[in-house]
Design a protein around this ligand. Structure first.
Ligand SMILES: [Zn+2]
Length: 193
């Protein structure tokens, strides 16, 4: 009985510590979709995989600094309900939240290429979008009424990294070089905070 209690306490402490690092502020990266929810797809490439890989790369690159701890809303190919994602965000109260997605347009080959950023109706969210837009080729920044933007109480943006149906964007977002560059740019944004 004692052993079980102690074990439970240990597990609890470890989980608690991993979510509340001392002196470190939190940034949440939300990789969109997951599991049966594939998101946009083209030529056997899925949005859910691109955003997960980029999210994990951000976490890896981020280990070079100790100001922020990166928490992922999912770190594997499982679907997490939107409400679970925002419940986690509002519990952890991160400095900022970035939800990663990939765009697609109705055309076979997109006429547009580049990123789009959707914001909340707050100064914090707009400031974050502005900082990100300096690093990426951003087509537009727009306020939007989406679950994660509406329900998150932290400054949050949703970034469409590029167009799935733009060959150029897709090849970049699926290349190791492209994924690392995207991740590096986000970490640069964090370092400027
Ligand atoms: Zn998406």
């Amino acid at each position: 009985m004692k052993g079980t209690k102690l074990l439970a306490l240990c597990i609890f402490s470890t989980a608690f510590l991993s979510f509340t690092p001392i002196n470190k502020k939190l940034i949440i990266i939300d990789a969109g979709h997951g599991g049966n929810d594939m998101g946009a797809n083209r030529n056997g490439v899925y949005e859910k995989d691109i955003v997960l890989t980029v999210g994990k790369e951000i976490q890896k690159f981020n280990t070079t600094q100790d100001k922020y701890e990166i928490i992922l809303t999912r770190d594997n190919d499982t679907y997490s309900q939107l409400s679970d994602r925002t419940t986690l965000i509002n519990k952890l109260k991160p400095e900022i939240v970035i939800s990663l997605h990939v765009n697609s347009s109705p055309h076979a080959e997109s006429k547009e290429e580049g990123a789009e950023i959707f914001t909340q109706n707050t100064e914090g969210s707009k400031k974050l979008a502005e900082k990100i837009s300096k690093k990426f080729n951003v087509l537009k920044i727009e306020e939007k009424n989406l679950h994660i933007l509406r329900e998150s109480q932290s400054p949050t943006v949703l970034v469409e990294l590029g167009y799935m149906n733009s060959t150029k964007d897709r090849e970049y977002m699926t290349s190791e070089k492209g994924q690392k560059e995207i991740a590096q740019k986000f970490v640069e944004v964090f370092n400027e905070y």
